[in-house]
Write a protein that binds this ligand. Structure first.
Ligand SMILES: [Zn+2]
Ligand SMILES: [Zn+2]
Length: 279
């Protein structure tokens, strides 16, 4: 946890270890922050997966889809993210989630807002922003829900024009899901089935409205798909998904990166399975 001392006196950047020159509540240097970059190259028009080439697939002109989305259309319209889940962006997410450095929520919220802003024309005004909930046990353990915190900062950064209403507890996590790490896509889907429900108190608020579902990391999309399914069944018009970062299966983790991520993640990366756990 951050001490009072660390809050007011600069130390070293928590990402690159260079001394911090400015007094800031965010223990990350400006040099590192400039390294947050959006995806380069063409992405699947629905799930945002990187595509090998522009002519990879494109059943509709100008809207290429990955193989998975061609097979089964997700319930959500489109998933956007602030950038690839790697480098500084991943470090910042880790600082927030695992080291509980809550001052990172501001920059992560701005990154998320940059991803959401281009959706304005298709989502329209009067949309609802709903963060993916943590299970109560996880929430208590961490003390906060990272998706909720980042969504709050994103709404602030989006400003009044977007007119999106943040509803914190619209979704409920009915049961804790086991870690998604190392599971196949099919196992992941079974793992999250029935894990979410729409809060009965909020059913009327979301009825007929467009929803932007906010999560920290898009890994395989099973959590996003399940939440979107539950929201549409409860009466939401259409669902978009916005995450701070997205894992891309086309970008293998280097050995150095594997050493930086958790043992669980490393084990799963080494066996070629999907990386990271959605929790
Ligand atoms: Zn730095
Ligand atoms: Zn796709």
């Amino acid at each position: 946890m951050e001490s009072l001392f660390a809050t007011f006196f600069p130390g070293d950047c928590r990402i690159c270890s260079d001394p911090l020159l400015n007094i800031s509540r965010l223990p990350v240097c400006t040099d590192c922050l400039t390294k947050i970059k959006p995806f380069q190259g063409s992405q699947c028009d629905i799930c945002g997966e990187l595509l090998v080439s522009r002519n990879f697939q494109g059943e509709e002109q100008g809207s290429p889809l990955c193989g998975l989305c061609q097979q089964v259309r997700p319930t959500y319209i489109r998933a956007v993210s602030g950038g690839p889940y790697e480098g500084v962006l991943r470090d910042l997410v880790h600082l927030l989630k695992y080291d509980r450095v809550q001052t990172t929520a501001d920059i992560l919220g701005k990154t998320l807002a940059d991803a959401i802003a281009p959706l304005f024309d298709e989502v329209g005004p009067n949309a609802v922003i709903i963060p993916v909930p943590l299970h109560n046990s996880k929430h208590h353990q961490r003390g906060f829900n990272q998706s909720e915190r980042v969504a709050m900062h994103a709404v602030r950064a989006l400003g009044k024009e977007f007119r999106a209403e943040l509803i914190i507890s619209a979704l409920q996590r009915k049961r804790a899901t086991t870690s998604q790490t190392g599971l196949t896509r099919h196992q992941r889907r079974l793992n999250v089935r029935g894990a979410f429900a729409v809060n009965p108190l909020h059913k009327r608020i979301i009825a007929g409205r467009n929803v932007i579902l906010v999560d920290d990391v898009f890994t395989t999309g099973t959590t996003a798909q399940e939440c979107a399914r539950v929201l549409v069944r409860a009466g939401a018009a259409q669902v978009w998904v916005a995450t701070i970062a997205r894992v891309s299966r086309l970008e293998p983790f280097s050995a150095l990166e594997v050493s930086q991520i958790g043992q669980e993640e490393a084990a799963s990366a080494a066996t070629g399975n999907a990386i990271g756990g959605e929790f």
